[in-house]
Design a protein around this ligand. Structure first.
Ligand SMILES: [Zn+2]
Length: 288
């Protein structure tokens, strides 16, 4: 069995209405997935609005990172969260257990040293740097073996990219091809969070439509041996009435083999990693 894990930043369950672009008219596939999903709490028993660094660190370590920090940490992880992620994370743990792991997002960079030297590193970059062979570069993207975080590559035009653009459907095909070659593949999409902060309904719809086309392509092309998982770190885009994040719950979607075991009993961001390890490495040590 293989796993394709799609992480979408800043998508929660909100009240239907003018302020919520996450609706069937805009993103029918995402809405259908969310309807079938388990709802996860993102507050992690720590006061304040849920944030990305602590939420994502929790998803990828299984440890309550907000509690470790004593608060919700936005944006990029600082020393404490870096240490937590460098000690153990989903990529490391699966690699240690002999599984092939891939981070399907293409970096607009050429080497790991270049990434390591960046001043601000995301949770996924810190975790990708801990594990050999998971990082994909610009050359991989150009060869169709990695997908830029925005699906279409438009985001790197201002950074000097002059190559071809691709459609969200082609991005989906490429993600599926990458997933077919690995035991575990992660794809991260964060334009949803940025669009949420913008409070711009038009931009939010544009981002959600693009994502939805990709999701439809992924679901269409999934083989029977691949477990599809989708989740988020906190709410945001589902309430354009506020510039910040929300306290709303987020979806945990699982489709395919052993989906029921991913969902059963999951109530918070902390539950995703242990459930994944349990099904991917049933003989392994899952006690940590
Ligand atoms: Zn945000």
């Amino acid at each position: 069995m293989r796993v394709l894990y799609v992480f979408i930043d800043g998508v929660g369950y909100g009240e239907a209405g003018e302020k919520n672009p996450v609706c069937p008219e805009v993103c029918p596939t995402l809405c259908a997935l969310m309807q079938d999903a388990v709802h996860l709490d993102t507050r992690l028993e720590v006061p304040g609005l849920p944030q990305s660094a602590t939420g994502q660190a929790t998803l990828y370590t299984g440890v309550n990172a907000a509690q470790v920090m004593g608060r919700h940490k936005e944006g990029f992880p600082g020393p404490t969260l870096c240490k937590l992620l460098q000690e153990n994370n989903l990529f490391m743990e699966l690699h240690r257990r002999g599984l092939s792991v891939c981070f399907a997002d293409a970096y607009f960079a050429d080497t790991a040293d270049e990434l390591a030297a960046r001043r601000f590193k995301s949770v996924t970059t810190i975790m990708a740097l801990t594990t050999p062979g998971v990082i994909r570069y610009q050359k991989d993207m150009l060869a169709g073996r990695a997908v830029l975080h925005d699906l279409t590559r438009e985001a790197i035009i201002p950074k000097g990219y002059t190559g071809p653009l691709i459609t969200p459907s082609i991005a989906a095909d490429q993600i599926l091809a990458i997933a077919a070659e690995h035991d575990f593949t992660l794809f991260e999409y964060f334009l949803t969070d940025i669009a949420g902060h913008s409070q711009n309904r038009e931009r939010a719809e544009e981002v959600l439509r693009s994502l939805d086309t990709c999701l439809a392509g992924l679901l269409n092309g999934l083989d029977g041996d691949t477990l599809f998982i989708l989740t988020s770190d906190h709410g945001n885009i589902e309430d354009l009435g506020t510039r910040g994040h929300t306290f709303n719950q987020v979806p945990l979607v699982a489709r395919g083999p052993l989906a029921g075991q991913i969902l059963a009993g999951a109530t918070s961001l902390m539950d995703v990693m242990p459930h994944l390890l349990r099904i991917l490495c049933p003989q392994g040590d899952n006690t940590r």
